[in-house]
Ligand binder design. Sequence first.
Ligand code: DGY
Length: 419
Amino acid sequence: QKQLIDTAKQTLINNDLGGYTVPTHGLYPFQWNWDSAITALGWMTFDEERAWQEIELLFSGQWDNGMIPHVLFHKESDTYFPGPDVWGSDKKVKSTSISQPPVLASVMNIMFDQCKDRALAAQKMAEFMPKLIAYHLWWYRERDPKNTGLVVSYHPWESGMDNSPAWDEALAAVPPVTWDYQRCDTTHINASERPHKKEYDRFLYLVEFFKNNHFDSDLIYENCPYKVNDIGIVSILHRASKDLLALCDKTNISHPSITELNDAVALTETTINGLWCEQDQYFYNRNVITGELCKVKTSASQLILYAGLANKLQADILNADALAWTQASTFSMSSTHPKSPLYEPQRYWRGPIWLHINWMIAIGFDDYQFTDIAKCMKDDAIALVNQSGYYEYFHADSGAGCGGKEFSWTAAIALYWWL
Ligand code: DGY
C-alpha cells in the first residue's frame, strides 16, 4: 500500500511541468482540461496549494466567451500532433478551440468540502467562482442556442472518448482531410491501441472547419457536419451545474446568472428522456444532424445515474444491465459492452477500462443505492492497478495496462478514491 501511494504521488510530481500536470510525457505534453481537473483531486491528498494551482492554470486559458479549451499549449513540444498551428487559435494562451467534459465544478466542490486549509479554499473560490459560472453559461448559451436542454458537442475529442464506437455513424458523414500529416501518437503507443487513420482524417477536418469559420459559434452551430448530444457531456455537465449551484450556496456567492443556471438544470431534467430508447431500454447519444439515436452500448450512458437524471425504473434497468455487463469481461466496467460487435478490448475508447470514468459511474450507482455494482467497479480498479500499474487504460479481459504509462489521472484516482 505504502509503495502504491508513493508511486502515485511520484507520478504526479514527475508529470508536473511547473503548475500544471501533463497526462503523461511524450504522448500528451500539454495541459488537458478534464485530465487536470481529475488530477487536482490527487494533488489535494498531499499538496492542497498545488491542487489549486492546477485549477488556476486551467482558468488561465479560458476564452473571453467563457469556454475552457480542451488543451492548453502552455509550452512548445514536438512530440504531439496536432499542435497550436493546426488549431489556429490566436488567444493569449494558445489552445484548441473545443472544450471537454466539464467535471471541473464537481472537482472544485469536492476540493472546497475536503481541503483542510479553509482560508486558502475560501480565497481560491472567491477568485474562481465567476470564471466557473462563465464556463457553465458558455455551455448552455453556445452549445444549446435553441434551448433544448441537451447541449451539443462538435468533436469526438470534446467527448474525451475519442474513438468510441458511439461516434462511428455521425463521424462517417464528416469528409476526410485531403492533406498529408504525420501522427505522433503511434510513435509513442502501439497503433492497435489507438484510433484508426480514418478517424484522424475526420478529426482533423473538424479542426480545420472550426478555424475556417473563425470559431464563430453561430456559423459552427448551423453548419458543423458533426453535431451530437453526447450523453457523457450532458451528464457530467448536469451534475457539475448542480455542484456549482451548491458551491454558490456554500460560499455565499451571489451572481446575476444563478437563475439562468437553475433554469438550465431544470430544462435538462424535463428533456433527458429524448435520449432514452424505449425499445432497447437504454439511454443513447443522439446524432443531432440525422436526429437518430446512436445505438451502441457504451458505459457513458451509465453516467446518467451520476447526473441523477434516471427515474427509479430506468435506474433499476441500468443496474440489472450493468450487473450482466460486469460478468461479460474479466474486469469491469469496459467502456464498450463486451458483447457488442464493435468491442475491441485494447483499442482506446472501443473497449478498455478507464478508471476516472468508472469512479464517476460508481458514484452514480452508489447515489441510487446500488452499492454492489459500485463496489465491484472499485475492487476491479484496485486489482487493475495492482496488476499493471498506473496506465492510461486497461484491457478488460487480460487486465494489461494500455496506452500511456505513469498516467496522471489514474494515479490521482487511486490517491483520491481508495488509497
Ligand atoms: C489525443 O490526442 O489522442 C487526445 O485524446 C485528444 O484530446
